[in-house]
Design a protein around this ligand. Structure first.
Ligand SMILES: Nc1ncnc2c1ncn2[C@@H]1O[C@H](COP(=O)(O)OP(=O)(O)OP(=O)(O)O)[C@@H](O)[C@H]1O
Ligand SMILES: [Mg+2]
Length: 248
């Protein structure tokens, strides 16, 4: 298997609390993979470990065969790991186009040498990203005036500015209506498939998981409980007992 990401015996403690016990996990290149499990299972902790956001991660993380354990988010972004760009409050007063342009400029790192030609190139890229996330018509609107669904699609578009090979999404559909959830995640899945990129996402909506994921890993109390196709996971009695019966 050509794994783009491999986790070997990942352990992460917060003080004396062991949040991740011994996570080993292989993610094949090009796969859309869902991470599910009850509250407190360690899903966000695992995503944050891969994204380089946490200190003191034990074990080994390999990305494209290279050890990335303890690299910073900035160097991981350069290597091709992306995650949603949470739009800060400071950016809410800016327009949709200004936000996407900011992401494009950051991804190219060439703001200082901005020339007319480069500006045009960045603008074309930004426009193309807005097309990808169906926000061209909102380009001139303030981000603060967007619906949650539109904002989440903008965040997705901003994450794509870097053209990441692996995209990490932690509960991208939280707070959205059922219709918006499916719209966003179908858009994400289509984009990943068309560009042959890999997706690792945390999702509580089991219908979205069943539709979007090709494989699913179930976590509970800091450990991997089961992994398989959505069908296998849905039929797994242990999963049903611990996860599906667990109040979600
Ligand atoms: N910064 C922290 N300090 C101490 N404990 C933490 C910290 N972050 C998370 N935890 C604990 O680690 C455990 C795993 O948390 P995590 O956020 O990874 O779970 P999760 O699976 O993402 O849950 P949810 O579905 O609620 O988002 C929980 O018991 C949580 O309380
Ligand atoms: Mg979480």
């Amino acid at each position: 298997m050509d794994a783009i990401l491999s986790a070997r015996n990942i352990r992460k403690c917060y003080g004396s609390f062991v949040a991740l016990k011994d996570i080993s996990f292989d993610l094949p290149r090009g796969e859309r993979h869902a991470l599910i499990g009850p509250n407190g299972a360690g899903k966000s902790t695992f995503i944050a470990c891969v994204a380089g956001q946490l200190p003191g991660v034990e074990g080994e993380l390999l990305f494209k065969g290279h050890n990335i354990t303890s690299l910073t988010p900035a160097s991981l972004a350069k290597k091709g790991i992306g995650r949603t760009f949470q739009i800060s409050r400071a950016f809410l007063g800016m327009t949709v186009m200004e936000n996407i342009m900011a992401a494009v400029v950051i991804s190219t790192g060439r703001w200082a040498s901005l020339s007319r030609g480069l500006y045009r190139e960045n603008l074309d890229k930004a426009f193309h990203l807005l097309e990808t996330v169906a926000l061209v018509e909102r380009a001139a609107d303030r981000v603060g005036d967007l619906s949650l669904g539109d904002r989440k699609r903008l965040e997705f578009g901003m994450a794509l500015a870097n053209d990441p090979d692996l995209l990490l999404l932690d509960e991208p559909t939280a707070g959205m209506s059922i219709k918006e959830r499916h719209y966003l995640m179908e858009m994400v899945a289509t984009r990943m498939e068309e560009t042959n990129k890999t997706l690792l996402f945390v999702e509580h909506d089991i219908d979205v998981v069943m539709k979007i994921a090709q494989r699913v890993t179930v976590m509970a109390r800091g450990a991997v409980l089961a992994a398989g196709t959505p069908g296998e996971i849905a039929a797994n009695e242990e999963v049903q007992a611990i996860y599906l019966g667990g109040g979600h």
